[in-house]
Design a protein around this ligand. Structure first.
Ligand code: MLT
Length: 345
C-alpha cells in the first residue's frame, strides 16, 4: 500500500478547492487508501482532511447552475436501507446522481428481516448484480461491516445501530471547519441522548482525532458507561457543559431505541437539557448550533433557537451532507477502479 501523502493535505488553507483537483483516476488514492467507509474510528487526521478538502470542492460545484459531473457514469450504486430514512437516503441518492451513477434505492422493512441470515442472503443476492457501491443502513451495530465482507463493491455505512454514522460526522466536521476555519482547539458540546446515538460516537472519534476538546452533556441514564475512555469530558448539567463552548451539537431523543424508562418525562427533559437561549447564554457569543436532524422541536431544542439564522447551522449541515457523500463516492470508486485494474494487470 502506498504511503505517499500529498503535501497539500498538510496545508491549513481550508479555502474551497475545485473538485477537479482530484488525483489521477487510475491510482489508489494514497491519502485515503480504503476500500470501504465503515466508520470514523481508525481514520487518521490526514485521511479525514483529505475527504473534507475534496468535499469543499463539491460544495462549490453544487452551488453552480450545472451541478453534474459524470465521473461515476456506468457505475451502479445501491442504497440499501433496512431502517427508515428520508434525509440520509435522499442525500446519498442526490450525491450519486450528480456524479452520474445509476442509483437504485432498496428499502427493506425491519419487520420483514430475519436477522443475520436475511442480511447475508440479501448481500449475496445483490452482489450477483455487480453493484459498484452499496450504501447501507441497518438497525444492528456491526451489520454493515458483516455485509462488506460478503460483497465485491465498496460499502459506505449510512448508520448501523448505535455504532457509527461516518458521513454524518464528516458533514458536521465540514460545517464546523468552513464556519470556524479549523477544528483543532475548539470546544464542542454534544448534548442529549448520547447512549443511543451513532452520530455522537462518530463525532467523538472524528473531533478528538482532529484535536477538538469534546464534552458530552446528558443525564447519567443517557450516557454509555465509561464514555470518558473515548477522550471526552462528561457533564450532567447544561450550565457547565456549555460554558464557553464554540459548538453546541444537539441530539434527538431516540425513543425508538429506548426500551424502558430513561427519563422522568419529555417536559422535564426539555426543562433540564432542551437548548433554549437561556442555556445557550453561557456558551461563546459566536457558538454555532448544530443538529443532525430529524429534530424534535420543543424536546431537545427550542424551535426559535433551531431557526435562528445567525446561530444555527442546521440547514448548512444538510447542504454539506450532499458534498461529503459525493466526495466519499468519488474516492471509493477511484480506489475500486484502481484495485480492479491492478487485478487485471
Ligand atoms: C441517524 O440516523 O442516526 C440520524 O441521522 C440521527 C437521528 O436519527 O437522530
Amino acid at each position: 500500500m502506498a504511503t505517499f501523502i500529498s503535501s497539500t493535505l498538510m496545508s491549513t488553507d481550508h479555502t474551497p478547492k475545485p473538485a477537479s483537483a482530484a488525483p489521477h483516476a487510475g491510482d489508489v488514492v494514497s491519502a485515503f487508501p480504503h476500500k470501504h467507509l465503515l466508520g470514523i474510528e481508525g481514520l487518521n487526521p490526514l485521511e479525514i482532511n483529505y475527504l473534507l478538502d475534496l468535499s469543499d470542492g463539491y460544495v462549490e460545484q453544487n452551488r453552480q447552475a450545472n451541478k453534474n459531473k459524470a465521473i461515476l457514469a456506468g457505475l451502479t450504486q445501491i442504497n440499501l436501507f433496512f431502517e427508515n430514512s428520508t434525509r440520509t437516503r435522499t442525500s446519498f441518492e442526490l450525491a450519486g446522481k450528480r456524479l452520474g451513477a445509476d442509483v437504485i434505492n432498496m428499502s427493506v422493512a425491519t419487520s420483514s428481516v430475519r436477522k443475520g441470515e436475511t442480511l447475508l442472503d440479501t448481500a449475496i443476492t445483490l452482489n450477483a448484480m455487480h453493484p459498484d457501491i452499496l450504501v447501507v443502513r441497518h438497525g444492528q451495530s456491526g451489520a454493515v461491516k458483516l455485509l462488506s465482507e460478503k460483497v465485491d463493491g465498496a460499502v459506505i455505512n449510512a448508520g448501523d445501530g448505535w455504532h457509527e454514522h461516518p458521513t454524518q460526522a464528516l458533514l458536521d466536521a465540514l460545517t464546523i471547519r468552513r464556519r470556524k476555519g479549523r477544528i483543532e482547539g475548539l470546544t464542542v458540546a454534544i448534548c442529549g441522548d448520547i447512549l443511543h446515538s451513532r452520530v455522537a460516537r462518530s463525532n467523538i472519534h472524528l473531533l478528538t482525532t482532529m484535536g477538538a476538546r469534546v464534552r458530552v452533556v446528558a443525564p447519567p441514564t443517557l450516557l454509555p458507561t465509561a464514555i470518558e475512555r473515548l477522550g471526552v469530558e462528561v457533564h450532567h448539567r447544561m450550565e457547565t457543559g456549555l460554558s464557553d463552548c464554540d459548538i453546541v451539537m444537539m441530539l434527538r431523543l431516540q425513543r425508538e431505541r429506548m426500551e424502558g424508562s430513561y427519563l422522568p418525562s419529555v417536559r422535564e427533559f426539555f426543562h433540564l437539557y432542551g437548548l433554549d437561549y437561556d442555556k445557550l447564554s453561557v456558551a461563546r457569543p459566536d457558538a454555532l448550533i448544530m443538529h443532525p436532524g430529524p429534530m424534535n422541536r420543543g424536546v431537545e431544542i427550542d424551535t426559535v433557537v433551531a431557526d435562528d439564522i445567525h446561530r444555527s447551522a442546521i440547514q448548512e449541515q444538510v447542504e454539506m451532507g450532499v458534498a461529503v457523500r459525493m466526495a466519499c463516492l468519488d474516492v471509493l470508486t477511484r480506489n475500486r477502479r484502481a484495485h480492479a485494474s491492478e487485478a487485471l494487470s
